[in-house]
Unconditional design. Sequence first.
Length: 77
Amino acid sequence: MQFPEQHFSTIYELIQNVRETTFAQVNRQLVELYWRIGEYIAQKTEKEGWGKSTEQNLAEYLATQDATLQGFTARNL
């Protein structure tokens, strides 16, 4: 049985639409996460005197907790 390519194309478009929506949602969640981390660090810096060494210590701590985490270097934090 031969299927018209348009049917396959429609299914491919459905997959692509979900993929794009998923990436957008993930990106929104990541931006929110980075914002919350930055806000937390900023508050601790202001109220408790956290400094640059704290960011390095946090980066090292995160790396020991989960080796698959990426982008959480002292500079990025």
